[in-house]
Design a protein around this ligand. Structure first.
Ligand code: CTP
Length: 404
């Protein structure tokens, strides 16, 4: 079972002998489904070659801050935005000191300063350096800023001394990275998600559908599962595999989706409707394949039930989150939908011009009665995790955990 599917990890390698373990760390992270991009300091290149790291990560290694070629490809700002997490392993005493002081004179430290994602550091150094008051003060400073410390372990060191300062083993670091994605924000909650398009049959071989890939809904299901929820995913036909550890209910038509959702709705705490449900179905489905004899073919379409609105109108509805795809006046139109359907929250995106359905990236305007948050253009996976964080926060405000 892969635990880091679709996670984007920036691995910073600084100049310590433990850099050789980082080669194995890349493989272990990729084994878990993560995408890894490597940034090396100049000193790190003295211990292990960028070529090794490039071969293992399958991507170019980034070293220079002021390299016109690299900056033209994926510059330091884009790299920081690309990542879900930054892992610095090994982190030397020197790098820790520089990070602590907010230096930005090489690529790795500049990225750490730019990044709005969690940073995890795995110190590796001689035990005296680790125990030195200066290093300890720097570590405390970093901890106060929310930088996460993994290790160091105690034991035999490369310099022949014994004590604290060994970098954690690659598998221990993978476990620490896994831990970063498990927020527990929805621990034990039941979350129902719809995703993908629906297909409405015309005859035995043809149907009406839309361009929804299902990626956003699947990413939401995965993010909710990682936040500790028991997730049911009701999905129209897509080309992507069902997320692991999620109850998967495949459907084809809007009516089947409605039935599956209503059968589950009563036991759910949260309902997130990310599916692009076909608004209309054929009033009559031809029993036989329609022959192309007529010059014009007229199909009568009948409106499908609005599953989201129906769930929101249940006597005891779950916390209900809808989506809105808009080409203009995104916020205004979304607000109208929020109110008319009686939703708790709506996530609106701008579609058209290459945005939305078939793209890997998206941005969202999240609105509820009395508030709004803009989530900037990023991968659908990252967006899903940000959305789940907001949903969890608003859900808990509406249903404060019982205290005894
Ligand atoms: N939805 C649903 N059942 C439908 C239609 C839509 O559950 N029959 C849900 C979608 O999953 C999504 C939201 O409702 O969460 C979208 O609402 P909709 O009114 O269809 O908005 P748009 O797709 O933006 O379409 P339009 O503005 O054209 O009405």
């Amino acid at each position: 079972m892969q635990t880091l599917t679709n996670k984007r990890i920036l691995l910073g390698i600084t100049g310590g002998i433990a850099a050789y373990k980082s080669a194995d760390l890349i493989r272990r992270l990729r084994d878990q489904g993560a995408e890894v991009q490597v940034i090396m300091t100049k000193a790190a290149c003295e211990f292990i070659t960028p070529l090794t790291m490039q071969a293992l990560s399958g991507k170019p290694v980034h070293i220079e801050l002021l390299d016109p070629v690299t900056e033209a490809g994926m510059g330091h700002i884009e790299l920081a935005r690309w990542s879900d997490v930054i892992v610095v392993a090994p982190a030397t005493a020197n790098f820790i000191a520089r990070l602590s002081h907010g230096m930005a004179d090489d690529l790795l430290s500049a990225i750490c300063l730019v990044a709005a994602v969690p940073i995890l550091i795995a110190p590796a150094m001689n035990q005296q350096m680790w125990l030195n008051a200066a290093t300890q003060a720097n570590i405390q400073n970093l901890a106060a800023r929310g930088i996460i410390l993994a290790g160091p372990a105690s034991g035999m060191q490369a310099c022949g001394e014994t004590g604290p300062g060994r970098m954690l083993e690659p598998l221990e670091l993978v476990a620490a990275v896994n831990g970063l994605f498990e927020t527990r924000a929805l621990d034990g909650k039941h979350v129902l998600v719809t995703a993908g398009p629906t297909q409405e049959a015309i005859d035995p071989v043809r149907f009406i559908s839309n361009r929804s890939s299902g990626r956003m809904g699947y990413a939401i299901a995965r993010a909710a599962q990682e936040a500790g929820a028991e997730v049911t995913l009701v999905s129209g036909p897509t080309a992507i595999p069902a997320p692991e550890r999620v109850k998967y209910v495949p459907v084809k038509t809007a009516e089947q989706m409605r039935e599956a959702v209503l059968a589950q709705a009563a036991k759910q705490d949260i309902f997130i409707a990310a599916a692009a449900v076909a608004d209309y179905r054929c009033a009559e489905i031809a029993g036989e394949k329609i022959k192309k004899t007529a010059a014009d073919l007229v199909l009568t379409l009948r409106k499908n039930p609005d599953i989201l609105a129906e769930v929101a109108q249940l006597p005891r509805p779950p916390y209900t989150v809808g989506f809105a795809a808009e080409t203009t006046a995104v916020k205004e139109n979304a607000l109208i939908k929020l109110r008319s359907k009686g939703l708790d929250m709506i996530a609106a995106n701008r579609v058209g011009d290459g945005l939305g359905f078939e793209s890997d990236e998206n941005s969202l305007e999240v609105l509820w009665d009395g508030g709004t948050i803009s989530l900037e253009l990023t991968s659908k996976d990252k967006l899903a995790r940000q959305l789940i964080d907001i949903v969890a926060r608003k859900y808990n405000e509406k249903h404060p955990p019982q205290s005894y």
